[in-house]
Design a protein around this ligand. Structure first.
Ligand SMILES: [Zn+2]
Length: 195
């Protein structure tokens, strides 16, 4: 999303960690999510070359756009018209995590997810190994459809494993983001002194 900030809005954002803007029409500060609950928890704050634009990298608690979409930039100019873009993968992964968490906490009915979590690390680990093996075989010599389906199975079980440890995909994305700019080999060497 794009919104206006004055110095006070920026100071409030830096002090509270929640994105806060200045409404020029209402002439008042407003913290994103103060009525909707969809706050933007600020991760990092960057500014551009001539310091007239601030970029906030955030963890959104719900959709950023008042239309309920994850981003305000959901229309793209293509073939002479503005076309709505499909939802990107990250919010979908967060939603899937929310479903897994809900199944974990549900006392109502037994679900597959719940039985995995009840089985603990041993059960989840053996499913992850099994799915990884199936995906490897699919990549080596099966149809694209099979590869996508097996990758989906593996991803799901990885999310359940993270959930079991109280971790989430956001943490994984942070790790990957920190590695950006470092080659895979260099990163691996930095972790293992023998390599
Ligand atoms: Zn919007």
């Amino acid at each position: 999303m794009v919104a206006y900030m004055n110095r006070e809005a920026l100071e409030r954002t830096l002090a509270t960690g929640n994105a806060t803007f200045w409404s020029r029409s209402r002439k008042a500060l407003w913290t994103k999510g103060e009525t909707s609950g969809h706050v933007l928890r600020v991760h990092s704050v960057l500014c551009d070359c001539d310091a007239d634009t601030v970029l906030l990298l955030v963890d959104p608690d719900g959709p950023s756009c008042h239309t309920g979409r994850p981003s305000c930039f959901f229309r793209k100019y293509e073939d002479g018209e503005w076309r709505e873009q499909p939802v990107d993968a990250r919010p979908f992964l967060h939603e899937l995590e929310a479903v897994i968490e809900a199944r974990q906490q549900s006392t109502a009915e037994k679900s597959y997810t719940r039985s995995l979590l009840d089985g603990g690390p041993a059960k989840i680990g053996s499913k992850i190994r099994e799915e990884a093996d199936e995906l490897s075989r699919a990549i080596a010599g099966e149809s694209d459809e099979r590869v996508l389906s097996e990758a989906g199975d593996l991803l799901f079980h990885v999310l359940v494993g993270l959930r079991q440890r109280g971790l989430d995909v956001r943490g994984v994305l942070d790790v990957l983001a920190k590695r950006t700019g470092t080659s895979g080999h260099a990163e691996k060497a930095s972790r293992s002194p023998k390599a």
